[in-house]
Design a protein around this ligand. Structure first.
Ligand SMILES: Cc1ncc(COP(=O)(O)O)c(C=O)c1O
Length: 447
């Protein structure tokens, strides 16, 4: 790619100041109705915000007609990219026969459970939910009921969803005083704050010490096997498995991100560590709201409705769980994932992306390190890939925020500051266009 090529051709993607009157009107209406004009906790900067119109494969278009390459991919739910024909067909087909039946048995849910369970090594039972947050919430409740203990240990920088037991030290700006967590949101009752302990990720000795010191009160340790984008150090996950087992504490592997992404067996197979419970979301819904808790029969059977009269019964229910449309979308996705060579291609695509991006950064002397494992990637302005959450904090976060905003301006959609995904439907052309956009972003940034 020569300078002349990148400078002379009009960028095929990105906004470049094109905002239609229609999109402006939608921003204005959203601002009147929605807190902060946003649907959730992530709002884009004023000059790069957009309204999604449609998506296809690894790309999407905004209301003004501008095209972007998508590395957010529905927060990682769309491993097949947008509007995959097999998923569309499965959802349409199910929709013709009914969209929702409440959490009684329905055919797609039973079929999907049967297809998923052989892939998940811990899964003697599975219970569908409607999101990753619900999955971690219910896994924690099941663990508390099973052990008769109240506390759960999580790791600094890990995200397990939006509920009160998870919103501690997910992204603390100041150092945690382990094992005391730092609340990420207002509104968590004081009594609840103390129930979630926090340890540093990838520090097995620290985790072991906290587990041992709190063993009589600790129901479970919950871990993201790849924490956001930080890979576990060799032996870390197995060390947690051993330490939890030694003290009768349950190990919950939060596979909301890794499930079906790091192979059909997710992180359990990838790292060869089997937890007591695993939580799922994102990919298993094929882009629709499906989550799941899978694991040991003796733990999940606490939620057997025929035992409602028993004191040990655990309530786990939701209007939309086992959703037939979501299970149909998930099954259609799974069929593609089960195609021989699928993960080899996905991983190879991510490797090429990482290598190409590092070249662009190096060419411009940007002082960035591109890293990640398998189909997730990220870069930080630092000199080495992070091993702990503190390493991430010590990288140049301001520069990252500014560069990520420039990327969106150039048509590369990333969630600012957060790790990114690759879809199986990203094409070689998408990669080439991405490298050009990064090149433009580096120039703009330095200018
Ligand atoms: C590891 C992990 N657990 C749980 C969740 C929560 O899932 P959801 O947003 O579907 O509630 C997320 C969401 O990003 C996640 O990454």
């Amino acid at each position: 790619m020569s300078d002349v090529e990148t400078l002379d051709r009009p960028p095929p993607i990105g906004r470049h100041g094109r905002v239609s009157a229609e999109e402006q009107r939608e921003f204005a209406r959203a601002k009147q109705m929605l807190p902060g004009g946003a649907l959730g906790g992530n709002a884009l900067a004023e000059d790069v915000k957009f309204v999604f119109k449609r998506g296809e494969g690894g790309r999407f278009w905004d209301v003004s007609g501008n095209c972007y390459i998508d590395y957010v991919l529905g927060s990682g739910a769309l491993v097949l990219g947008h509007a995959h024909p097999a998923v569309q067909a499965a959802v349409a087909d199910q929709a013709m026969r009914g969209t929702h039946f409440f959490a009684y048995l329905n055919e797609p849910a039973v079929q999907y459970a049967e297809r998923l369970m052989p892939h998940f090594r811990c899964a003697e039972r599975i219970r569908f939910t409607t999101s990753g947050s619900e999955s971690t919430f219910h896994a924690m409740r099941l663990a508390r009921a099973f052990t008769g203990r109240s506390k759960v240990l999580k790791f600094e920088g890990a995200y397990h969803g939006n509920h009160d037991y998870a919103q501690l030290s997910t992204s603390p700006k100041r150092a945690s005083n382990y094992p005391v967590g730092v609340p990420d949101t207002a509104g968590i009752p004081d009594v609840v704050k103390g129930l979630t302990l926090v340890a540093p990720f990838n520090d097995l000795e620290a985790a072991r010490a906290i587990i041992a010191a709190n063993k009589d009160e600790l129901a479970a340790v919950i871990v993201e096997p790849i924490q956001r984008i930080i890979s576990p150090q060799p032996g870390f996950l197995q060390g947690l498995r051993d330490a939890t087992r030694e003290h009768g504490v349950l190990l919950i592997m939060d596979e909301v991100v890794t499930g079906l992404r790091y192979g059909l067996g997710g992180a359990q197979a990838y790292f060869d560590v089997v937890p007591d419970l695993a939580t799922y979301g994102k990919i298993i819904g094929g882009g629709l709201p499906v989550g799941a808790v899978a694991g040991r029969a003796d733990i999940l059977d606490q939620a057997d409705p025929s035992t409602k009269a028993n004191p040990g019964y655990v309530y786990q229910n939701g209007t939309l769980q086992g959703h037939p449309l979501g299970c149909a979308a998930g099954m259609a996705t799974l069929s593609v994932l089960e195609t021989p060579g699928f993960y080899d291609r996905l991983f190879a695509m991510a490797d090429r992306l990482r290598a190409g991006l590092q070249q662009v950064f190096d060419r411009h002397d940007m002082g960035a390190v591109v890293f990640g494992e398998g189909p997730m990637w990220h870069f930080l302005f630092t000199d080495r890939a992070p091993v702990t959450y503190r390493d991430v904090l010590e990288s140049d976060q301001k520069k990252l925020a500014a560069f990520d905003t420039e990327l969106i301006r150039q048509g590369i959609f990333v969630l600012p500051g957060t790790r990114r995904f690759v879809a199986a439907t990203h094409t070689e052309e998408d990669l080439a266009v991405t490298f050009e956009a990064f090149d433009r972003a580096c120039r703009a940034f330095k200018a």
